[in-house]
Ligand binder design. Sequence first.
Ligand code: HEC
Length: 204
Amino acid sequence: MPSNWRFSLWSFLAGILAAAALIAALATMCLHDGFSARQKAGAFETALAHFALHNSVSAHQRGLANPVAPSTAVIEAARDHFADHCSSCHANNGSGHSMYGDGLNPPPPDLRLEATQSKSDGELYSIIQNGVRMSGMPAFGTSSEHDLETWKLVLFVRHLPSLTPEEERAMQQANPITPSELREQQEEDQFLQGISIQPKGSTK
Ligand code: HEC
């Protein structure tokens, strides 16, 4: 058998052994740590996720400019939209500390920080529009590049670092409420208007 054949046979076997060792290491990691959302991702997993997210946005999408100009009215509308659709995970102030946000893995990042704010408008647009696979971040838009509601949300994400306490309070009015909270609110309104409420099932 020529010596270079022997060499390639050994490299082939070494490659298979290395791959088997890597699979065994990953399997042990999963079996040991499980798939619990409580387990914080390690540095390798986090770096891999950031790499995948960054590369999922094309250079063209990253370079898109926001067609909506910021104005008080636009920011207010986007603020209410965010309070209604995004705050359940991201919290009104964008910190990510909310009922759902604290239990998600990967967690929603603090949108006010450099890691998010340094992303281009096109990249933020693309993330909101298309979501992030294998994370809690849903896709909100149509496939069009000109979903103005999403572009307005990008303006609001840019506004988050300077959100005032008054604005945060105003957002609470736009946060979704549960059916029982809604009924409670209606009962209070009716009580204040002097209308008595019949208990459920009552015919009187
Ligand atoms: C069900 C939970 C959930 C909801 C609702 C949600 N998000 Fe997210 N969002 C996430 C998670 C989790 C991530 C982190 C994904 C990852 O690991 O890359 C994220 C990531 C993001 C990012 C990328 C930040 C960065 O630096 O990479 C932006 C921007 C964002 N969300 C905006 C929004 C907006 C705007 C809305 C509402 C229209 C919204 N999200 C609704 C969970 C959510």
